[in-house]
Design a protein around this ligand. Sequence first.
Ligand SMILES: [Ca+2]
Ligand SMILES: [Ca+2]
Ligand SMILES: [Ca+2]
Length: 185
Amino acid sequence: MEFPEPPAQGEPEVYDGDEIVAGPASGLPVVRLFDAEGVPLRMWLAYEPQAGAITNDGVHVAVGDLDGDGVSEIVTAPADGQPFVRAWNADGTIFMHEDNPVGILVDFALNYNGGARVAVADVDFDGRGEILTVAATAPGPGIPPAIKAFEIDGTPVAGWTDFLPFGPGSDVGVVITATDRFLKH
Ligand SMILES: [Ca+2]
Ligand SMILES: [Ca+2]
Ligand SMILES: [Ca+2]
């Protein structure tokens, strides 16, 4: 399968129509972007496959508008390994916030190394999407998985309370998705 080269940094590109983002559940953490007919548009490596002792195996993806400009960004988390969340423009360049690349190392549990799932929704109704994340595998013995919400600068969302979707007795990984369009405000 042939993928076009990503454009040079500083040449953001907006595609017409709907796009689909895919990441593999294991293996090289490559993000693939397709148009609605399955034609490949872009692909890029979201994480170094192996950085020292850290294995970034597979990649989970989510889509949403992080800065409220009407254009979606792509959020990634390793499917396994250190839960380091990143954000990307649709052209595969890293999404910047105030000249800093978005990068959030989520503290699910001490030395947690089991990957994360991500979603994007405007949970505080400020017109910009927040990053929701949860542990992809059991956070630790007796540690239930909590859904956490972050602003793109990595700070917890004001007013957000981490919650346990499967209660305090659960210690499994969780899959999430999100929208802020179920209800009209
Ligand atoms: Ca945006
Ligand atoms: Ca928001
Ligand atoms: Ca916000």
